[in-house]
Design a protein around this ligand. Structure first.
Ligand SMILES: [Zn+2]
Length: 119
């Protein structure tokens, strides 16, 4: 019997997958060697599922966190539990993630009407 270790926890992928399939463009991140580090991660806060840059932010309860879309959010205790992230994805973050990660243009969606003018 082969031990199948392909059963990864996918709790962070509820409504859509983190665009991590192309994280190979980011393997130079970190101190070199070892497993590639996912630079951008999702964090639910303030009613949205935002993404943040692990270089500049680390989510903590009650601590302001700057999301990729530019807004500052503050995760609460219930936001720190993956699996209970039922809030809407912030598509500005999703887009910014793809832009920063060097996705090809056809994989960078235009900001449609789903993003209201949250200034
Ligand atoms: Zn956002």
């Amino acid at each position: 019997m082969s031990s199948d270790r392909g059963i990864a926890p996918t709790y962070a992928c509820i409504t859509h997958c983190v665009p991590a399939s192309r994280n190979d463009v980011r393997t130079s991140f970190g101190n070199g060697g070892g497993a590639p580090v996912q630079r951008y991660l999702w964090q639910q806060a303030d009613g949205r599922r935002h993404a943040y840059d692990t270089d500049t932010g680390r989510p903590a309860v009650g601590q302001p966190l700057t999301a990729l879309c530019g807004v500052t959010v503050t995760p609460r205790t219930q936001d720190m539990t993956p699996g209970t992230w039922f809030d809407q994805t912030c598509w500005r973050c999703d887009r910014e993630w793809r832009v920063r990660a060097g996705f090809p243009p056809e994989e960078i969606p235009a900001l449609a009407a789903e993003t209201e003018g949250a200034q």
